[in-house]
Design a protein around this ligand. Structure first.
Ligand SMILES: Cc1ncc(COP(=O)(O)O)c(C=O)c1O
Ligand SMILES: Nc1ccccc1C(=O)C[C@H](N)C(=O)O
Length: 436
């Protein structure tokens, strides 16, 4: 199925009509095309722009990021400690400046989101509150091919609470010979084990296949059996419509260095559903930044937790990293996630169409075909290939990534990738695979 810019109705054209001229025309018609110029596009040693399709791993740097960070460096140089209150963007409440735009991006209310820590750390902090095992109900359900860090984190939670990490872990697996997960299988697992499962923790968009799960469906199913439900949205934030509040999920976490373009190792985002906002009995690991802002500096005050996701903060945050997040969020706020998703579906649809022309004896796209069940990433299984193939792509100026055993992940990011990028990538693929 191919979505063309001129029409909302999918229809097919010949490959000739969908060539370079077509790609250039779509770029000219694209109302978001000017955003590409607002990013640094990496170049090869001759100064030519690379075809960067790796926003699923590390998003590109907005040109504005430097000035946002420089503002904080200047305020630090000029004000020292007074910057906490007197900086242009005072550091004490800095995380509050991110809440509204973050909430909009992930479909939440400002009280439900906070930016803090790193991703796997936040997953643990969320599990400290939402994984409350009992003798009867202690198991954790996760998708079988979850990102390793998530799997290690849930296994270590099981061990931390004194359970066996194999016996306590339930895996939602694809069917024999398939990669994508099937909801009927999840329903069957819950029918048998629902009363033993304390927590369902799913990678909202799977890092390997790119499958975007139905959060609402998983959450209501989990809740109907009394399980808590959380999502790791590392591959979802800034990429798909997460609609976290309406999903009803108990919590979600994500990183800001992929589709949120906020720099390597940048801070993570965290969502805690509003219904938990004022629950002071919910166990959590806390620090002084979880404490009431009005009395935080009275120091000897008895602990008084902040309402909402802010109440999960521990430490005063790194402002330089937050400044990079602010630069990126300001851009997302200007564009709006709806427009991005609209372009994303067209761009990825075009990419998919061109790839399919390579033939099923060469490649197989393991990402769902339905545009509502994926983001911009396509995971391309290259038959009979090994990593040396990926090296050839890199040499040819295409930045993508390789995931063992045989998958190239490519993510045309609507903020900075073009239809021409996608066209050229497939042309290079044809040369490398001797398909031209
Ligand atoms: C789904 C998922 N979970 C966890 C991680 C690990 O994140 P971090 O190193 O920021 O904790 C990543 C990416 O690295 C990821 O994609
Ligand atoms: N943060 C990184 C640092 C170094 C190398 C890779 C990463 C990734 O983010 C990998 C990504 N999570 C993935 O889906 O493969």
């Amino acid at each position: 199925m191919l979505f063309l810019l001129q029409t909302e109705k999918p229809f097919k054209l010949s490959n000739y009509q969908l060539g370079l001229d077509y790609a250039k025309k779509q770029d000219a018609l694209d109302e978001l095309s000017q955003y590409r110029t607002q990013f640094h596009i990496p170049k090869d040693k001759h100064g030519n722009e690379l075809i960067y399709l790796c926003g699923n791993s590390l998003g590109l740097q907005p040109k504005s990021t430097k000035s946002y960070i420089n503002q904080e460096l200047e305020d630090w140089a000029n004000l020292g400690v007074e910057g906490h209150t007197d900086a242009k963007n005072p550091w004490l409440p800095y995380h509050e400046f991110l809440a509204e735009a973050t909430a909009k991006l992930v479909g939440a209310k400002p009280i439900e989101v906070v930016t803090m820590n790193s991703l796997t750390a936040n997953l643990h902090f969320m599990m400290a509150s939402f994984y409350k095992p009992t003798k009867e109900r202690y198991k954790i359900l996760i998708e079988s091919d979850a990102f390793p860090s998530d799997k290690y984190a849930v296994e270590s939670q099981l061990r931390h609470h004194g359970y066996d990490d194999k016996e306590g872990l339930i895996l939602w697996k694809p069917r024999e010979g398939e990669e994508l997960l099937n909801y009927e299988d999840l329903e069957a697992i819950l029918k048998t084990h629902g009363n033993e499962i304390a927590l369902i923790m799913i990678g909202g968009v799977n890092y390997y296949t790119g499958q975007f799960f139905d959060f609402k469906r998983i959450t209501s199913l989990g809740h109907s059996y009394g399980c808590k439900v959380g999502f790791d949205c590392a591959h979802g934030a800034g990429n798909v419509n997460l609609d976290l509040h309406n999903s009803g999920a108990d919590f979600a976490v994500w990183c800001t260095y992929k589709y949120m373009n906020s720099g390597p190792g940048s801070l993570s985002g965290c969502f805690v559903h509003e219904r938990h906002a004022y629950d002071k009995d919910l166990n959590r690991l806390t620090g002084w930044w979880s404490h009431n802002k009005d009395t935080r500096f009275n120091m000897r005050h008895e602990f008084d937790v902040l309402p909402g996701a802010e109440g999960w903060q521990l430490s005063n945050p790194p402002i330089l990293s937050m400044a990079a997040i602010k630069a990126s969020l300001d851009m997302f706020n200007e564009v709006g996630i709806e427009k991005l998703i609209k372009k994303s579906k067209k761009l990825t649809g075009y990419f998919e169409y061109l790839l399919k022309d390579l033939g099923e004896d060469t490649i197989r796209i393991i990402t769902p075909e339905n545009p509502d069940e994926r983001g911009c990433q396509l995971s391309i299984q290259v038959l009979k290939a090994d990593k040396s193939l990926h090296d050839k792509f890199t040499e040819a100026g295409v930045i993508s990534d390789w995931r063992e055993p045989d998958v190239i992940r490519c993510a045309p990011v609507p903020l900075y990738n073009s239809f021409e990028d996608v066209y050229l990538m497939v042309e290079k693929m044809k040369v490398i695979l001797n398909k031209n």
